[in-house]
Design a protein around this ligand. Structure first.
Ligand SMILES: Nc1ncnc2c1ncn2[C@@H]1O[C@H](COP(=O)(O)OP(=O)(O)O)[C@@H](O)[C@H]1O
Ligand SMILES: [Mg+2]
Length: 227
C-alpha cells in the first residue's frame, strides 16, 4: 500500500518484560496495533502504564520479549537508520555546547549531508517552528518551550516518515505545551509522516484526532487498528 493509508508499523501480540523470575516487570503485553502514515495518535495512561516502552518498541530502540513488529512503510527496522523515525523526548535533549542551528543540523551532518546544505535545512526547520532568530543561541539560553520547539525543528529537518514524541510537553506550562503539540501536528502534515505522542495530560491528548489509552501495559480503548 502507498500514500496516506500506508502501514508504517505493525505490532502483533507484542510483550516486553524487564528482568526475569519473580522480580520480572511486564511493561507491555498483548499489544496488537497498526500505525498508518495519516495517523496522529495520542497515547495516554498513568505513569508506569507502559507508554515509553511501547514507543521504544515502535521506534525499534527496544525489542519485544515475545510477539512480532514489522515496519512495512519504513523499509524495515528503523534502528541505526537516521532520519527514518524522528524522536522528541520529555527532558532537555539538545547538545549543550552547540548553538541552536548546530543542534538542528547535527543529525543531518551525522547522516552525511554536506554542512552547507545541513545548515540551510536546519534554518528552514527553525523558521517552520517560529524560531528563525534563535539560531545562534546556546541551549542554556532557551526557555523550556523554546528548547522543545528546537527539538521539533531537529525532527523536521531530517524529514522522517514517523514522528514519535514521549511526553514532549511534561515540563511545559499549558500554553507552551499546546504550541509544541500543534507544531508536531503541523510537522507531521508537512512531512506526510505518522505521529505518535505519549502524554499523561488529557488536554494535550485532546489536541490529537486519535487517542489510545494504556493501562497496566496493554491498550485499553480507542481504535488500536487503523488505516
Ligand atoms: N529499564 C527498565 N527496567 C525495569 N523496569 C522498567 C524499565 N523501564 C520501565 N520499567 C517498568 O515498566 C513499566 C512501564 O514503564 P514505562 O514504559 O516507562 O511507562 P510510562 O512511560 O507509561 O510511565 C513500569 O512498571 C516501569 O517501572
Ligand atoms: Mg514514560
Amino acid at each position: 500500500m502507498t500514500g496516506s493509508h500506508e502501514h508504517l508499523v505493525r505490532l502483533h501480540d507484542v510483550a516486553r518484560t524487564y528482568g526475569r523470575g519473580p522480580g520480572a516487570v511486564v511493561a507491555v503485553h498483548g499489544v496488537t496495533c497498526t500505525l498508518g502514515r495519516a495517523d496522529r495518535i495520542a497515547i495516554t495512561g498513568a505513569s508506569g502504564s507502559g507508554k515509553s516502552t511501547l514507543l521504544h518498541l515502535i521506534s525499534s530502540l527496544d525489542e519485544p520479549t515475545t510477539g512480532r513488529i514489522e515496519w512495512p512503510g519504513l523499509g524495515g527496522r528503523p534502528f541505526g537508520r537516521p532520519g527514518v523515525v524522528g524522536m522528541v523526548f520529555q527532558g532537555p535533549s539538545l547538545v549543550a555546547p552547540l548553538h541552536v542551528l548546530g543542534n538542528v543540523a547535527l543529525p543531518l551532518v551525522l547522516a552525511g549531508v554536506a554542512e552547507g546544505e545541513a545548515r540551510n535545512r536546519a534554518g528552514r526547520a527553525l523558521a517552520a517552528v517560529g524560531l528563525p532568530d534563535l539560531s545562534m543561541r546556546l541551549p542554556e539560553e532557551l526557555s523550556g518551550g523554546q528548547a522543545q520547539r528546537v527539538a521539533v525543528a531537529r525532527v523536521l529537518a531530517t524529514r522522517p516518515a514517523l514522528i514519535v514524541a514521549d511526553e514532549p510537553t511534561a515540563q511545559l506550562g499549558s500554553a507552551h505545551a499546546a504550541q509544541v503539540i500543534d507544531l508536531l501536528m503541523k510537522a507531521a502534515d508537512d512531512l506526510d509522516a505518522g505521529l505518535v505522542v505519549a502524554t499523561h495530560d488529557p488536554h494535550m491528548a485532546e489536541r490529537l484526532p486519535l487517542r489510545w489509552r494504556m493501562a497496566d501495559g496493554t491498550l485499553m480503548e480507542g481504535e488500536p487498528c487503523s488505516s
